[in-house]
Design a protein around this ligand. Structure first.
Ligand code: DC
Length: 204
């Protein structure tokens, strides 16, 4: 039996941590779809054609080193405006969503475009300032040389590009449960996500 959980939202809202915890809670597989765009973005930065890179993407590419940097995140956000790049990545994501045993996919357009029929949909967000502060702490721990102002500018630039693009813009599905994690601990955010999914499971 398949059961798809779509978790969308902007960068550093807590989506990744929540998605992993939700997948572990139900014993479902998890796909961080941002990694698909990051892997394509990294290849384009290294000189590849965006659409060819997206068509040729294989699962091992998602394990490449260095996909978590701010530079690759920006490259990902830029290739993600390309409709042909997005189209090349659809089948893989849809097949993942329908795998037996349940799946959690996190991204920007999972509940709206990739899997509008997902059994449960969440939109996880937080203010740009809170998200930038979280991302700044993460980057410092990884030894990056950045200022809080640079991280906030980066978050805002990526939000604007992901929200304003014509193709599959980031937005909550009409029937998504909104979770604003600005003032929540990660434990509370995970509990809220599981409660929202449980409510949908009872309905289906
Ligand atoms: O979730 P992330 O920060 O790893 O995503 C990197 C970029 O990839 C993001 O800025 C926009 C793009 N992306 C997308 O367009 N659609 C998705 N489903 C996931 C990510």
């Amino acid at each position: 039996m398949s059961f798809a959980i779509a978790i969308d939202g902007p960068a550093a809202a807590g989506k990744g941590t929540i998605s992993k915890a939700v997948a572990a809670h139900y014993g479902f597989a998890h796909l961080d779809t941002g990694l698909l765009y990051r892997a394509v973005g990294a290849k384009v930065r290294d000189g590849a054609d965006p659409v060819e890179a997206a068509k040729a993407l294989v699962a091992e590419d998602l394990d490449a080193a260095g996909l978590r940097t701010a530079e690759v995140a920006q490259a990902a956000s830029r290739v993600a405006v390309n409709a042909d790049v997005r189209a090349a990545l659809v089948d893989f994501q849809r097949a993942f969503a329908r795998r037996a045993g349940g799946a959690v996919l996190d991204g920007r357009d999972i509940g709206t475009v990739i899997c509008p029929e997902a059994e449960a949909k969440l939109f996880v967000t937080a203010s740009a300032e809170v998200r930038a502060a979280r991302r700044y702490r993460e980057l410092l721990e990884r030894g990056a040389d950045v200022t809080p102002e640079e991280v906030l500018a980066d978050v805002r630039e990526r939000d604007a590009r992901d929200t304003d693009r014509a193709e599959a813009p980031m937005r909550p599905a009409e029937d998504a449960t909104l979770i604003d994690t600005s003032a929540m601990s990660i434990e509370d955010a995970i509990a809220a996500a599981i409660a929202a999914v449980n409510a949908r499971r009872e309905e289906t």
